[in-house]
Design a protein around this ligand. Structure first.
Ligand code: AMP
Length: 329
């Protein structure tokens, strides 16, 4: 099975020490540099499960873009779908920790080459040819938010063709309001892409922010009307909901004794879920895998666990799922 993830990888700068550790001279803590991005995080964990993964984006031709490509290759991820734009460099974001442990993000990504994804003048026909070889294409609301509107239409048309030929599309709405012109535009675009989605992996918090839902039942109903056949609704430590074939089930999230940092929880859940699904597991067994990946990641600082500390386990047995009525959620 082959999956391609579409999106943006950014340079990440995070303080080494927790808390606003100002020195006596007002200096800030030392920063640790790494790379991150929602679909990139998911791609890394899927690749670690042994599924063949390609990452599709645009980068520059600077040393950081070269490092990103080396980083992907070191995870065994195919980079043949990456185009390098001359004179450009990747987006950047910084993390700040407040005294109470909250994390704040500041982005410099307006000029990011990834914004040219599927745009006219890029090598998009070559990218489409590569994508046609895939079994599954994974993208997120962040991927869509950074794309130009004409390029989104081009991608939508391509996904229609891809699904017509038997390919599956997995989508996480990952709503980040700052990336969109307005909530109305975000809603319209997400609705269009829902029509071309086979597996929806949503977080209820994003559904609340995008659609002002107050109850999971509202998200389930709307996505069902949009024609989503397989819908997974993540809710932090609350049971994960699965709506499939008109049936709603809930799978408990095993308690995690020490939650260190929830960055990457949803991304790693998606990786566990998709890796298992692509290897033939049922949706319920795949939710158990998603929970297991996320439980490991939230026990560490940052979105990506060092490879040496991230062993691949054999898949666990199917979890016990409860059938629930949508009036209960
Ligand atoms: P979220 O994106 O916050 O809904 O979380 C995605 C997944 O991460 C959940 O479905 C759980 O598997 C896991 N997760 C998130 N927060 C917690 C938590 N506090 N305790 C245990 N698991 C969690």
């Amino acid at each position: 099975m082959k999956l391609a993830a579409l999106g943006e990888v950014m340079v990440e700068l995070a303080p080494q020490a927790v808390g606003p550790a100002h020195g006596v001279d007002g200096s800030k803590p030392l920063l640790r540099q790494s790379f991150a991005g929602d679909t990139f995080n998911t791609a890394v964990y899927i690749a670690r499960s042994g599924v063949s993964v390609s990452y599709v984006t645009l980068l520059g031709d600077d040393p950081y873009s070269d490092e990103i490509q080396s980083r992907l290759q070191s995870e065994g991820i195919d980079i043949g779908g990456i185009e390098q734009l001359p004179g450009r460099c990747p987006g950047l974001y910084m993390i700040q920790n407040s005294a109470d442990g909250e994390r704040y993000f500041t982005y410099w990504r307006g000029e990011s080459p990834a914004r040219q994804l599927f745009a006219a003048g890029t090598q998009r026909e070559a990218v489409k040819s590569r994508l046609r070889e895939m079994d599954c294409i994974y993208l997120s609301g962040i991927t869509l938010a950074i794309m130009q509107s004409q390029a989104r239409t081009e991608l939508l048309d391509f996904l229609r063709e891809f699904r017509g030929n038997g390919g599956r599309v997995a989508f996480d709405s990952n709503y980040r309001s700052r990336l969109w012109d307005s909530v109305e535009v975000a809603r319209d675009v997400v609705m269009e892409f829902l029509q071309q989605t086979d597996i929806a992996l949503f977080t209820f918090e994003d559904e609340q922010a995008l659609w002002a839902d107050t109850r999971p039942a509202q998200s389930l109903k709307r996505n069902c009307r949009a024609g989503i056949a397989e819908l997974v609704l993540k809710r932090g430590p609350e049971p994960v909901l699965l709506q499939r074939d008109g049936q709603l089930s809930a799978v408990d999230v095993p308690p995690v004794p020490k939650v260190v940092d929830t960055t990457g929880a949803g991304d790693s859940f998606n990786a566990g879920y998709l890796a298992a699904r692509l290897q033939g597991a049922s949706p319920l067994a795949s939710i158990a895998e998603g929970n297991r990946y996320a439980a490991q990641v939230i026990g560490y600082r940052g979105a990506i666990i060092p490879r040496a500390e991230n062993p691949v386990h054999a898949m666990e047995n199917s979890p016990v799922a409860r059938t629930v009525a949508d009036t209960a959620v």
